[in-house]
Write a protein that binds this ligand. Structure first.
Ligand code: DGT
Ligand code: MG
Ligand code: MG
Ligand code: MG
Ligand code: MG
Length: 301
């Protein structure tokens, strides 16, 4: 059929299409729109509502499943935001930025809404309805990606310590929000820990890991033991240090990856795509997490 006389408008789209830089890690961060208001209207508990955070995590897991095994390598969530790290070899939608960002935002929002009753069985979803914005940033190196994730997790820690102390001063200390804000002005982390412990008998270390560390979502290739408590991590760190001290060579994840044949990589990719998506509340700033899970950033699929 002949082209219609209207079809020339198609060309206007091309000049407006951004293709994200090849061979870089794409980070898509979504953030709840006006969640200050949304959380108030839906009576989220302060400062953290486990139901709301678990719902965010469930929606993030759904993004992994919906996009398939070879797209997202890890995601990190805190408060009303989630960052999805796409594999650097990802070629979904030819890496068109608008398509990638709008699709992730849309999948996430759809699951957030449809899973709402599971996490808030006695709170109907009302206006303002949950909506999210999204953006994409490309990072060329693993170090950049790790620094990005460290930035978000450090932010989680700083905000959570502040919010936990702020709401303790109000809820248990009887202060007004203005008084609590004034009380905390210029305080350091150790001052906040002291306020919590000295005035309210709260040891910040015993707060929920999900609140302190945020949520890490990834495919568990199965090489990792189930438990991920800090004690275990520390033991492993000790072991590594001992090995290094004994002069034993431990090849880096990048070196190990280079030594693999293409067919081995393909087999591993297949297995990884089927691996269970897990949610953990663990430190991703230190090396330990990444050394134990080289498939997340070091493997090429
Ligand atoms: P935005 O992102 O510019 O559209 O505006 P907001 O209001 O979403 O601001 P943002 O993203 O900087 O801050 C997140 C808000 O969500 C913040 O006001 C606290 C609220 N929020 C997130 N998680 C929880 C929670 O678990 N409990 C409560 N009470 N509030 C939460
Ligand atoms: Mg904002
Ligand atoms: Mg927000
Ligand atoms: Mg936010
Ligand atoms: Mg279409």
């Amino acid at each position: 059929m002949a082209n219609s006389k209207f079809e020339y408008v198609r060309h206007f789209e091309l000049s407006n299409t951004t293709y994200l830089l090849p061979n870089t890690y794409i980070v898509i961060r979504i953030d709840g729109r006006s969640f200050h208001r949304f959380s108030t209207v839906h009576s989220f508990t302060k400062p953290n509502d486990p139901r709301a955070l678990s719902l965010m995590n469930a929606a993030a897991v759904s993004v992994f499943h919906d996009l398939g095994g070879e797209v997202v390598s890890i995601a990190y969530g805190v408060s009303d935001e989630f960052s999805f790290i796409l594999r650097k070899e990802c070629n979904l939608f030819d890496r068109r930025e608008a398509k990638l960002v709008s699709t992730v935002v849309s999948i996430f929002t759809a699951y957030y809404v449809s899973l709402w009753p599971t996490y808030f069985p006695s709170t109907p979803l009302t206006r303002p309805l949950p909506t999210f914005d999204g953006r994409a940033v490309c990072y060329p190196t693993i170090e950049n990606v790790r620094d990005y994730l460290s930035w978000r997790q450090a932010d989680c820690h700083i905000n959570n310590l502040y919010n936990t102390t702020f709401w303790a001063l109000i809820q248990q200390g009887g202060m007004t929000p203005q008084e609590a804000e004034k009380e905390l002005m210029g305080t350091l982390a150790k001052d906040k820990n002291e306020i919590l412990f000295g005035r309210f008998g709260v040891n910040y270390n015993n707060e929920e890991e999900m609140f302190k560390k945020g949520s890490v979502v990834y495919r568990n290739y199965g090489a990792v033991p189930e438990s991920s408590s800090d004690d275990k991590v520390d033991e492993k760190e000790d072991d590594l240090e001992k090995k290094e001290a004994a002069g034993k060579e431990t090849s880096s994840p990048a070196e190990a990856q280079k030594g693999k044949s293409r067919s081995q990589q393909k087999r591993e990719a297949k297995k990884l795509a089927k691996a269970e998506v897990v949610i953990e509340h663990v430190d991703i700033i230190k090396d330990t997490f990444w050394e134990k899970r080289p498939w997340i950033l070091h493997w090429t699929l």
